[in-house]
Design a protein around this ligand. Sequence first.
Ligand SMILES: O=CC(=O)O
Length: 332
Amino acid sequence: NNTMTKNLKVLVSSNDFPASGLKVLEEHFTVVQTKYLNFGEEGRTLAKEDLLKLIPGSSALVWLSHHPISKELLDRAGPQLKLVATVSAGYNHCNLDELKARGIKLSNTPNVLASAVAEIAVGLMLGAARRFTENLDQVHKGDWEIGFDKVLGQDIRGSTVGIIGLGGIGQAVVKRLAGFEVSKFVYTGHREKPEAKALGAEFVTQDQLLAQSDFIVLAVPLTNETKHMINKDTLGKMKSNAIVINVGRGDLVDQEALYDALKNKQIYAAGLDVTTPEPLPKDHKLLTLPNLFVLPHIGSATERTRSDMAVLAANNVVNALTGKPLLTPVNL
Ligand SMILES: O=CC(=O)O
């Protein structure tokens, strides 16, 4: 019965939450939206004031940014807060201990974004392997190298693709590469995955994966354990033609070490959809590298996927505030 929940306040931390998700929320609750929560300095300041003004008394927060869910923010929200619904697969911006201590639930939006993120992973593989950065540079300069001695790339055909983290996104990457004549898929992670067999992916140690792979795809969440998992040491274990792809979080990679490895051609190339910080300043030294292909964190950025994420987040709010189990809980 909606009249029972209409007085509950749900805060949406952006004014560009998809209409499909908003509709679900507005049927049940009183929805307030912060004006915007940008990553740019100016936007952040403005939105923060807005946020601090609107957050008190909220029963749920629908979180559309990587702005930290901190102790201070939760204090400000107040003791009636039941759920944080982050509209993302990753939840490294949330203080899990603090949520747990207060009995506040957390939901995320896995699965619905796996195919869109996997498509971007494949795009990054092509972009890095076929050297889109320097080739696009030639197009913009109107100065094309034509002929057999032009910049030559690498094939996906015949390669070994190593997936670090064969979860929803990692599996979707393997599925999407089905037509590319990959010679071998290997993966690593905490444990063997039952789905791997049907995908033809072989479980190996991290060191084996690093030593064998022509493409190394990072599809793990950022945790204390995975932070800087790509570093001087692990880069040193890769093949000289290795291509590193990151669709997880920027901090999975020690960017200084990656810069050195790309600059010195210790590995062949990298493709990143995520960096530290975001946005990467336009004069950042990583952007001087011809063998780096960067996208501005667009993994889940399609109309359909963003709408699916919004509806899933909204339904998690409905469930949390009507005493039903969450559809996609994060275990705290
Ligand atoms: O980065 C995006 C996500 O975690 O969904």
